[in-house]
Design a protein around this ligand. Structure first.
Ligand SMILES: NC(=O)c1ccc[n+]([C@@H]2O[C@H](COP(=O)([O-])OP(=O)(O)OC[C@H]3O[C@@H](n4cnc5c(N)ncnc54)[C@H](O)[C@@H]3O)[C@@H](O)[C@H]2O)c1
Length: 448
């Protein structure tokens, strides 16, 4: 990766045209990838008054949207109906819709392999489609999280496609504005969260900032696409590393017979220089357990490997085993085995009040409990299946009988809609991995 200053681009007819259609909101916007990040983003853009075409390869998702149904907790059916009524949003699987687009917002998934290497195949496929269909001038904004260096490579490919045809009005402007969405966060939604933006050129940065301003989103301009990329991967790495630190604290404090939560509460009274993170059964979602490895990968390629990311991963991936060890201790098994024990796991999504199960720590927690010999039932009010969940784990309703039949209840993901009164009344013992029941002061609750 080479760091390059954004070139000061002369105002071309292309950039002038885009400026005009952005200012009047006549710009036609395509959002590629309508998932947890892309759909709420498409809705914000459409609600701002742009006409948005959402493009997704998943025909079932597109069909649901056509029926006005949302599959994302943060987008309501009412919002979709209102946008359908005004004609500001529709979804399609047809990439041909890109021919009409003045602005393309790319929100396709990015991930890692089992060996923790970046997987960018969806981005590459989306790029191939854009190259085959786009008609410049156009602004292309990569919102997907990417390993530093990716956006400039994307820009080079797009430029190569239209090289030789590069007169005024025939340009593609590429920017990176990484998604910072926090699903379920009612205080900081997409409009309330400033957007870091890096442009491949000064003109691309200007156009991208104008686009977000028109959507009611404040921008934080940075010197290059690499700064924007590194900012995003660093933000997620910051959380990944700090969560591992408190996970380690939880283990040390428990060994000392001290409450880690009380330590964290006390430390949080320091008015400067301390930011609390909470221990738990592991990290989940599409970002925290994934994006730090984009940074690790780039660091390794540059010959400056990250030691902290590797150490944090060891701590975080140990947590499901730690939960299992604590479970065994709580049911009085000194040797760590759980043969003959019945365990009820509450909450299997990766975060409270959300149905997203990607990289949920519940999956390895259940796996470890079963490996130790336990019979495991799970209950989650938001989902009835989880990809990768051990086949011997069965879903159960939350009834007094189910709770009472368990030797131990393990709270993994504390949804607000769980009936904690019922659980507290009937459980013999509860291992609360998130300290969600801290205010209940019940004798049968043990925090992680
Ligand atoms: N989910 C979050 O909380 C979150 C937060 C910040 C950043 N991000 C980033 O946003 C990006 C998208 O993540 P997500 O959580 O929305 O993923 P997702 O899996 O929920 O959604 C991605 C969507 O893209 C579609 N898709 C895949 N390939 C496509 C293609 N070639 N063309 C069109 N559509 C395609 C999929 O069918 C899916 O509907 C990732 O880079 C992720 O790191 C996500």
């Amino acid at each position: 990766m080479t760091q390059e200053e954004p070139a000061v681009a002369p105002a071309s007819a292309g950039s002038e045209r885009l400026r005009t259609v952005l200012a009047s909101k006549e710009a036609r916007v395509a959002v590629v990838g309508l998932g947890f990040a892309g759909l709420p983003q498409a809705v914000v853009i459409a609600e701002a008054g742009f006409t948005v075409t959402g493009i997704d390869v998943d025909g079932e998702r597109v069909a649901q949207l056509a029926r006005g149904e949302s599959y994302i907790t943060d987008v309501t059916a009412d919002q979709l109906h209102a946008l359908r009524h005004t004609g500001h949003f529709h979804a399609t699987t047809e990439a041909a819709a890109l021919t009409e687009a003045d602005c393309v917002v790319v929100c396709v998934p990015t991930g890692i392999t089992a060996e923790r290497r970046p997987v960018l195949d969806a981005l590459e496929r989306a790029l191939g489609t854009i190259i085959n269909t786009l008609r410049p001038p156009a602004l292309v904004i990569i919102e997907s999280s990417v390993p530093p260096g990716t956006t400039r490579r994307v820009a080079r490919l797009l430029e190569a496609r239209w090289r030789g045809n590069d007169g005024p009005g025939e340009r593609v402007f590429v920017a990176h504005a990484p998604e910072r969405i926090d699903p379920g966060n009612r205080q900081y939604g997409l409009r309330e969260t400033p957007r870091v933006v890096g442009g491949e050129t000064a003109a691309a940065l200007d156009l991208a900032r104008q686009f977000y301003a028109q959507c009611g989103v404040t921008t934080v301009p940075v010197a290059s696409v690499e700064v924007a990329e590194l900012t995003k991967v660093f933000e997620n790495t910051f959380r990944f590393v700090n969560i591992s630190l408190v996970n380690e604290l939880a283990q040390i404090a428990t060994a000392m017979n001290v409450s880690a939560w009380e330590v964290l509460e006390a430390a949080s009274t320091k008015p400067y220089g301390f930011m609390p993170h909470e221990p738990g059964p592991g990290v989940g979602g599409s970002c925290i357990p994934v994006i730090p490895f984009f940074l690790a990968d780039v660091a390794e390629r540059l010959g400056t490997p990250s030691h902290l990311i590797a150490a944090a991963e060891r701590v975080n991936t140990f947590m499901p085993q730690y939960v299992t060890d604590r479970a065994a201790a709580l049911v009085g098994r000194r040797d760590g085995d759980l043969v003959g024990c019945h365990i009820l796991v509450l909450g299997v999504t990766y975060k409270p009040d959300q149905s997203d199960c990607r990289h949920s720590p519940a999956v390895p927690v259940v796996e470890r409990l079963i490996a130790a010999g336990a019979t495991v039932r799970v209950h989650d009010p938001l989902v009835t299946e989880v990809a990768g969940l051990h086949p011997q784990a069965s879903f159960a309703p939350l009834t007094a009988e189910v709770v009472a039949a368990a030797d131990l209840v393990v709270v993994v993901t504390p949804h607000r809609s769980l009936d904690y009164g019922l659980v507290l009344s009937h459980a013999r013992c509860i291992l609360d991995t998130r300290n969600a029941l801290r205010d209940r002061a019940a004798p049968n609750v043990v925090p992680l």
